[in-house]
Design a protein around this ligand. Sequence first.
Ligand code: NAD
Length: 295
Amino acid sequence: SATIIDGKAFAAGLRARIADGVTAFRTQAGRAPGLAVVLVGEDPASSVYVRSKGKATREAGMESIEHRLPADVSADALLALVATLNTDPAIDGILVQLPLPRHIDEQAVISAIDPDKDVDGFHPINAGRLATGLPGFVPCTPFGCVLLLKSVLPSLSGLEAVVVGRSNIVGKPMAQLLLRESCTVTVVHSRTKDVPAHIRRADIVVAAVGIPQMIKGDWLKPGATVIDVGINRTETGLVGDVDFASAVDVAGAITPVPGGVGPMTIACLLRNTLVSAGRREGVAVDEAMLDRAGL
Ligand code: NAD
């Protein structure tokens, strides 16, 4: 039976290292790192995410600045807020919680954020930096996935990796990160002709689809490392995109849902905010220490 990758424990360790880094930053910079979170409307899932991000930010010793705007706010008003946050010296990270109401052009808002405060890593400049190997900000969920992979695999170099899903938030940056780790990367998606055939060759499977328990154990190569990004609410509770019950007998290591990738996302957001603060204030932040593979 597979090793269960304990994302909750890994994220707790990462958050403890971040809190130490924040203490050191505060001593040198004379202020705390600041993360601004903007929530438009009252989508229940988004409200929960924003609340837990605020809590985690404060627990790490950082300043959480939350802006709640009504669902009918104009695009101009939202863009004006982003512009203010861009120039506010106390703000190191800006996160606009997605999805935005339909009358607002999401891409325009993302592009309005200062790329050097874009701790979500969604700005096209940061996507380009990731693709070209320049330092920037990497989207939190795929970044967390790489940390989990490195916690169970001594080296990713040369491994066959299959990413299921091609979203801008998870699938595409995941593929770029795996390429950066010298994996041989395949991205499969809704138009792929034979998804199981690709997955059968994979040493690493990263599932980011949003279809409950789509990937079955008998699709996996024995011993494969399986990272399940999916968070699907079903009658029986939260399940991933991987059929855990059948996969756990075939995989070498696998993330559970919940308790796998989920906790890593917020931890990596805090990590990016501390790194941003360090870059902006010229204070050294030990990224290798933050990103180390052990607990
Ligand atoms: P998305 O809907 O934007 O993208 C889904 C992708 O899956 C698309 O690229 C699509 O082509 C592909 N797809 C759809 N049907 C497919 C099929 N039959 N075979 C292969 N590919 C198929 O979703 P997303 O934002 O990337 O999120 C994916 C999942 O991850 C969701 O369950 C979401 O809730 C979860 N998620 C979790 C976290 C976290 O923190 N753990 C963060 C983001 C997203």
